[in-house]
Each structure stands twice: as C-alpha cells, then as structure tokens.
Design a protein around this ligand. Structure first.
Ligand code: PMT
Length: 395
C-alpha cells in the first residue's frame, strides 16, 4: 500500500500524525503533502518525523528536486487519501484547479482517490459542497462519509472526520484481497416498519450501520452483494445491488425471491417479530378514549424459512440480546438452522443498535466461539467475513 496522504486546512488536520502512524501499522508506506492552510493546523515537522520522509507544502521545489515531486509521487502511489478534505479542496478537486502542491499532485495522480470531507454542518449542507462531492463520486472518487457529533465550532451535526481507526479500515478494505470474488451474498440491514395506520408504525432502533458495513466490506472484497434494507439514513455502498423494503413481510418476499441466486445470506436486519393484525386505512383518531389496544400477530420468520430450504445457503444470523447473550444466541442458532450467529449485547448502549462500534460473540454450530473486541462496525464486518470464508473454505 503506497499512499500519498493529502491534508487540507481544517481543525481535524491535527489527527494527521496519528493517521500516518496507524496507516504504517497497517503496512502502508506514506508520503505527506500539506496545503499551506493545513500547515497552520499541523506541523510539517511532526509529519516528517512520523512518516520518516520530507513533507511537501510549497509547490515550488521546497525539497530541492526541481519542483517535479508530484510526477515522482504519481509514478509511485497507489492511493491518494485526502483527510481532512475542506470545502475549498473539494471544489478544487471537482474542477481541476491546481494552485498548490496538493491540488497539483491530485491532477497528476494516477491511482485511486479517497477523500474524507470534514467541516461544519452548515458548510457540508451548502449546495456547492453537495454538488462537488457528487461530481467527485461520479468520477469514481471514494467518499468517506463524515461522522455526526460535536464539532470543533461547538455545533452538533454531521461533519466530523471519522475516527482514525475507521479511516484506516476503509483503506485496508480498499486494498484487501478480492477473496470473495465470485461469491453472491445477500445481506439484510436496518429496521422494519409495521404500519398501524397511514401515519404511524411500530419499529426499532436499528440504524442499518452493521448491515451496510458488511455490504461495503463484502463488495470491496469482490463479492456480488444484494442488500435488502429497511428504512435508514445511510448512503448505499457503491457497487451494491439495493432493494428497499419497509415491513417484515416485504423483506420476506424480497429475500425469498433473491435466495436461489445467493450462496451466502447474512441477516443483520432487526426484523419486527409482530405486526398489527389490522392496518387502519385512515389515521386513527384519539377521540375521547384513554386507551387504545393494538392486536399483533407474528411476522414471517425469514431466517427460519431460509434454514428449512434445501439446498440451504450458508447462513449468518444475528441475535440482539439484553441478557444470557451467549445462551440465547446459541438457542437461536440451532432453532433457526443457521451456520453462524453473531450475538450483540444490546444492553450496552456503546455497541449494537445505532452505534459506530460493535463488540460481538460469534457462535458456530460446532460449538466454537470467537469474540470480536470493540471496534468500528467496518472492522467487525471484515472479521465476520473472514470467519465465513474460513468455514466455506473448510466445507
Ligand atoms: O443496525 P445497527 O444500528 O447497526 O445495529 C445492529 C443490530 C444490533 C441491529 C444487528 O447487529 C443485530 O443484532 N441484528 C439482529 C437484530 C434482531 O432482530 O435480532 P433477533 O434476535 O430479534 O433476531 C434473530 C435473527 O432472526 C436475526 O438475524 C433477524 O434478522 C432474524 N429474524 C428475526 C425475526 C423475523 N421475523 N425474521 C428474521 O429473519
């Protein structure tokens, strides 16, 4: 992995030395180019020290090599990673402006490009920024979606640079061996919505992040991925065949239709177990009643239906448990005839539902267990796929 790390001017530039270190730990060789504005936030000297190489800031020959470093780098690099990417550099990249060392290099670069936009939410939502990101995406640039949280300016919202381990995992996944080439994988993700009337529904806290991370990791590793997803606010990973559903019965239909074309099924969705017996065709009025009783009926158990198929695909189930996590997951694994089950302890709010990280216990039918320590969901996704591959290799 030969990476040119471009750093543009933004508060998150202070994470650049840590990013260089962690990329090196992952086996990458890293060279750094800073914009002059980035050099106000992070010292070129620290980056030179951690990368072990000179850092380029000035466009015109501050390394004494006649000002053609960008061509040398372009012959060398596999990936240009720009993190953080400011609104300014996104605009320059989208239009081809080359007025400093980094943007000049970006025009000369021949390999893949990955950018991590990071800025205030208002800036991120500006139509020109959205348009520039879309221009870059359409050109094949890989966009690392910014995180949501407390921003340097004190506002809360989207725009944070993803944590360094998440960026490193994206890079690792990008370079991963295409060890799932030729495999067709069906993944379910997100919540289902069970309608009560035209404006109300029963649902759950699943954000879809775990299932989408699995889809992204699998597609990067060469798999043909079908993602059947309930409603989420996530971007569909590039290269995935996407099917949007709402209710458990819609998910059942899509999954069962797609099943014959897939050798591996991963059921990360949080499917409702019950749905209203009757759906009112008009909004239910409060009137003067103090109580409302809903009668619910069981939804189709998609996982159990897959487990009864013959021939059966390789099935990875998920289990969201608040107590007796391992024992309950084991019962589900056997009852639903899955090959692996990924058990989440959803009593812990820092993992599982709607969190960036997860920590799981994977149980197999032969009784073996693998604990995957707390890590970003993309890391967990890759480790789950490693376990699937190890089992299929052995089959
Ligand atoms: O989406 P995130 O916010 O990233 O959160 C991830 C997650 C916690 C939702 C996910 O990792 C997870 O645990 N998904 C399964 C949640 C769940 O519904 O667990 P369960 O124990 O109720 O169901 C067990 C399995 O049966 C699951 O694979 C589920 O998809 C499947 N099932 C359940 C009911 C049903 N009618 N049909 C099914 O196929």
């Amino acid at each position: 992995m030969k990476i040119v790390l471009g750093v543009s001017g933004g508060i998150a530039a202070y994470k650049a030395p840590e990013l260089v270190r962690r990329l090196q730990d992952a086996g990458a060789e890293v060279r750094v180019i800073l914009t002059p504005n980035a050099a106000r936030f992070v010292s070129p000297l620290s980056l030179a020290a951690v990368s072990g190489h000179g850092v380029i800031v000035e466009q015109w020959g501050d390394s004494g090599s006649g000002g053609v470093d960008h061509i040398e780098f372009a012959r060398w690099a596999d990936l240009l990673l720009i993190a953080p990417a400011s609104a300014n550099i996104l605009a320059k990249l989208a239009t081809g402006i080359a007025d400093d060392a980094l943007t000049t290099y970006a025009v000369a670069h021949r390999g893949d490009v990955m950018v991590a936009p990071a800025m205030n939410t208002f800036m991120l939502q500006h139509p020109t920024v959205i348009a520039n990101v879309e221009t870059l995406r359409a050109r094949g640039v890989i966009i690392l979606e910014p995180d949501t949280g407390l921003l340097a300016c004190g506002d809360e919202g989207a725009g944070r640079l993803p944590d360094v381990p998440v960026i490193v995992e994206r890079v690792r996944t990008h370079f991963a061996a295409r060890d799932l080439e030729g495999r067709n994988i069906l993944i379910t993700a997100g919540p289902t919505r069970e309608a009560i009337d035209p404006v109300r529904y029963l649902s759950n806290r699943s954000s879809g992040k775990m299932g989408y991370a699995l889809a992204e990791a699998a597609v990067r590793r060469g798999a043909n991925v079908t993602l059947v997803s309930g409603p989420t606010s996530l971007m569909t990973p590039a290269g995935v065949s996407f099917e949007q559903i709402s209710s458990a019965s819609e998910m059942y239909e899509r999954v069962m239709n797609a099943l014959p074309q897939h050798q591996i099924v991963i059921k990360a969705a949080a499917v409702a177990d019950f749905t209203p017996v009757e759906v009112a065709d008009r909004k239910i009025k409060k009137g003067d009643r103090d109580e409302l009783t809903l009668t619910l009926k069981k939804t189709p158990d998609i996982l159990a239906a897959i487990g009864e198929r013959s021939p059966k695909p390789f099935v990875v189930a998920f289990a969201a448990e608040t107590d007796s996590v391992e024992a309950n997951a084991k019962t589900k694994l056997l009852k639903k005839n899955a090959d692996l089950i990924v058990a989440n302890d959803v009593a812990d709010k820092s993992i599982g539902f709607d969190s960036e990280q997860n920590e799981v216990l994977v149980l197999a039918r032969d009784g073996s267990t693998t604990r995957l320590a707390k890590a970003p969901k993309l890391v967990i996704a890759n480790r789950i796929l490693d376990l699937v591959l190890a089992r299929l290799g052995r089959a």
